[in-house]
Design a protein around this ligand. Sequence first.
Ligand SMILES: Nc1ncnc2c1ncn2[C@@H]1O[C@H](COP(=O)(O)OP(=O)(O)OP(=O)(O)O)[C@@H](O)[C@H]1O
Length: 257
Amino acid sequence: MLELKHIQKHYNVGTVNELCLFEDFSLTVEEGEFVSVVGSNGSGKTSLLNLICGSIELEKGQICMNGRDITREKEFKRNRKIGRVYQNPSVGTCPSMTILENMALADHKGKLYGLGRGTDKKRIDFYREQLRTLNLGLEDKLDVKVGVLSGGQRQAMALLMSTMTPIEFLILDEHTAALDPKTAERIMELTDQVVREKHLTTIMVTHNLRYAVDYGNRLLMMHQGRAILDKRGAEKDGTTVEDILGLFNEISIECGN
Ligand SMILES: Nc1ncnc2c1ncn2[C@@H]1O[C@H](COP(=O)(O)OP(=O)(O)OP(=O)(O)O)[C@@H](O)[C@H]1O
């Protein structure tokens, strides 16, 4: 379970551009929940993910991960238990290294010993097996540099790499936004498969309202650092893209846009 309690976060403190993004923000994500997060530009979605991952600090409040207070825990330490896939496929993989080396790197996330132990025959077979689940033929290209793969192939690898070690949370930060529609669809199907198979508690930020509606079991809509819509289960299943679009319109009228 992930708990954000009474979070306060300002940007540009003491300047004319000071912004209070989160005033008293609380959110609980239950174990096994797959939360889709939508919201207009600047509503605080990425900041929310950054707070969870420890990429930015909060001023007030508390963040607990499965009962453990991680509020002041450093990002690199938190990331042993959090898998994150970014919008840019280049961020989650290392282009100058081969597929095998990338897999070994991901396999050793948070461990102290070197890559040598990750490349024995048994482990290589394991990587092949993992890559086979992507159904992209990457298991036969272990010596190919990741930099020559397509964006979709790299994002599939980034997804696999971020979920290869035991993690408690998966964070998806607009991870299909840079992909063409067909590839994006494939990555979403893969995401759903991985989340189900590994029973991952997941938060997915997306601007694709159909994905937000079709995937996951909870839907959150952010606006000015607040969750203005929060639907679970059957209630979420009954929510349509048109419903969310309607809310977007209401907000923009309210904001005078
Ligand atoms: N490092 C920063 N310094 C100053 N202001 C920031 C910083 N990061 C975010 N902000 C501001 O905080 C607000 C929320 O930004 P954030 O990136 O969290 O929104 P978002 O919902 O993810 O937007 P988008 O959909 O455009 O990615 C915006 O007004 C943004 O300008």
